[in-house]
Ligand binder design. Structure first.
Ligand code: PGA
Length: 248
């Protein structure tokens, strides 16, 4: 299982950031079968990646499609790779809500891969319509990420299924295990347009949207996912460790 903690903008002090990292490192060292990835706000990342020898590795919450040009305020993939960042969350719905298109997300994915950073690409529908148009929407998001990539690059992607209607709520409002199982099967089928069947089975798919220590285990069991992308619960010291324990 891969457990990714997306701190978003919840963490606004170095003290809290250090507490969260220390506690995640303790949990990662105590329980087996869990790879922990933390995505702090960029200004804190270098505090933790420099000389990092622990099993906890780091992600950025985004990266820029720019490459060292006159682009005020942008954070490039090369800069993040230089800092020791290993993953990048791309196309999060909160970024898409600020105007990121599928094309821009696809460009960022290619920038990340070119720097050896593993993209965690977020997909997911705003709502579930009775006509099941949301399935087509998710399929299109997958197509726009996968189509431009080589087979080798496709295999490196981590897909995060994050239905927007389930983000930032309580565990009771997360996706149901049955619906998650069906969606994961659908995603693997859609991936079949871009890779052999065998390869679709080994693609890493994680779920995000109101996961906490109370629902992590049930959502991880038999649904076909390889882990979680966790938002608000990852910014709580005890809750995040409890999730790691629950899925270990
Ligand atoms: P949440 O967020 O866990 O707060 O629902 C998940 C995400 O947006 O990555």
């Amino acid at each position: 299982m891969i457990i990714i903690g997306n701190w978003k903008a919840y963490v606004e002090s170095e003290k809290k950031a250090k507490q969260l990292v220390a506690s995640a490192k303790r949990a990662a060292a105590s329980y087996t079968g869990v790879d922990v990835v933390l995505a702090p706000p960029v200004p804190y990342i270098g505090l933790f990646t420099t000389g990092n020898k622990s099993r906890v590795v780091f992600a950025s919450q985004d990266l820029s499609e720019t490459t060292g040009h006159a682009e005020t305020g942008e954070i490039s993939a090369a800069l993040l790779a230089d800092l020791g960042v290993q993953y990048s969350i791309l196309g999060h719905s909160e970024r898409r809500a600020r105007g990121e298109s599928d094309a821009l997300v696809s460009e960022k994915v290619r920038r990340a891969l070119a720097q050896g950073i593993t993209p965690i690409v977020c997909i997911g529908e705003r709502e579930r319509d009775p006509e099941a148009g949301y399935l087509y929407f998710v399929r299109e998001q997958i197509r726009s990420v996968m189509e431009p990539l080589s087979p080798k690059e496709r295999a490196q992607i981590v897909l995060a299924y994050e239905p927007i209607w389930a983000i930032g709520k309580t565990a009771l409002e997360a996706v149901s295990p049955t619906d998650l199982t069906e969606m994961v099967m659908y995603i693997r089928k859609a991936l079949g347009d871009f890779m052999p069947r065998k390869a679709t089975n080994s693609m890493r798919i994680v779920y995000g949207g109101s996961v906490d220590a109370t629902n992590a285990k049930v959502l991880a069991t038999g649904t076909g996912i390889q882990g979680f992308l966790i938002g608000h619960a990852s910014a709580e010291v005890k809750e995040f460790s409890a999730i790691i324990r629950a899925v270990s």
